[in-house]
Design a protein around this ligand. Sequence first.
Ligand code: IPE
Ligand code: IPE
Ligand code: MG
Length: 263
Amino acid sequence: MLDKLIRKRGGRQEAEAPDPADAGSRGVPGHVAIIMDGNGRWAKKRALPRIAGHHEGMKTVRKITREANRLGVKVLTVYAFSTENWKRPKPEVEFLMKLPDEFLGTYLPELIEQNVRVEMIGDYESLPPHTKRAIRRAMDETASNDGLILNFAMNYGSRAELAGAVKEIARSVKEGTVRPEEINEAMIAEALMTAHLPEPDLLIRTSGEVRLSNFMLWQLAYTELWFTDTLWPDFGEADLREAIDVYRARNRRYGGIGKEEVK
Ligand code: IPE
Ligand code: IPE
Ligand code: MG
C-alpha cells in the first residue's frame, strides 16, 4: 500500500457539504477524475503500435491539465495504470512505466510554472525504481505549489485500496484504539488513499467504454458520470469544457429532492 506520507500529505481538504436541494446550474467541478481510455485503439486505427497511442495520450494529459487549471478545477485525478494493467504484454507495461519519467522529465518545469502540485494514489512501493524516482521527484519539487493538484492514479485499484483500509481499521481495533461499533463512513474515507482530497464531482471516461474498471468505487458514490466515444489521444479542451457544461446543468440530489421541489 502507498505509504501514509504520500497519501496523507497536505491534510484533508474538506469537500463542501453537499446540499440536497442543490439543483440546477453550479460552478466548475472542484475535483474532476478521468479514466483515460482508448490509447491502443487510437494507435490501431493508424496502424501504429499501441505504445504510440500511450505516447500521444501523454500529450493529452498535458493539454487537459492546462485547461483544467485555467478553468479553475482544483483537483484533476487521471487513471494512468490500474492494478490489472500488469496483465498486458511486458513491453507495453515497460513502456507505461517509463511514461512518468518522460512526462515529468518534459513537463515538470511547465507544471511548476503553472503552480501545479503533483501527487499520486496507488501502490507506489511495487512500481519499478525509475518510475518511483520520477514520481517522487515531481512530488517533492511541486510540494509547495498550491494550485491545481494533478493526481496520478498509478498502479491503482479500488479494491486493493479498500482492502488496505480494512486492514488499517482492523489493526486499530486489535490495538484497542477503535471499537468495532465506532467504525463509520468517515473512518473508512479517512483510511483511503484519497483521505486528503474531496470526492470527485465529475468522472469522465473516454473511448466509449461504460464501466469503472476498478476505479474509485467508494469515492464515486455520488459523482456525476460522463462518457464519450472520443479516444483519449483525441480528447481536447473543448471536450473537457463540454463535460463540465453538462455537469453544471445536472441536478445533484444526493438522495434528497430538487430545489424546485422544496416549498
Ligand atoms: C488507456 O488506453 C491507457 C491505459 C489503460 C494504460 P488503453 O491502452 O486501454 O487503450 P485501449 O482501450 O486498448 O484502446
Ligand atoms: C482502465 O482502462 C485503466 C486505465 C485507464 C488506466 P482499461 O483499458 O485497463 O480498462 P478495461 O480493461 O477496458 O476495463
Ligand atoms: Mg482500455
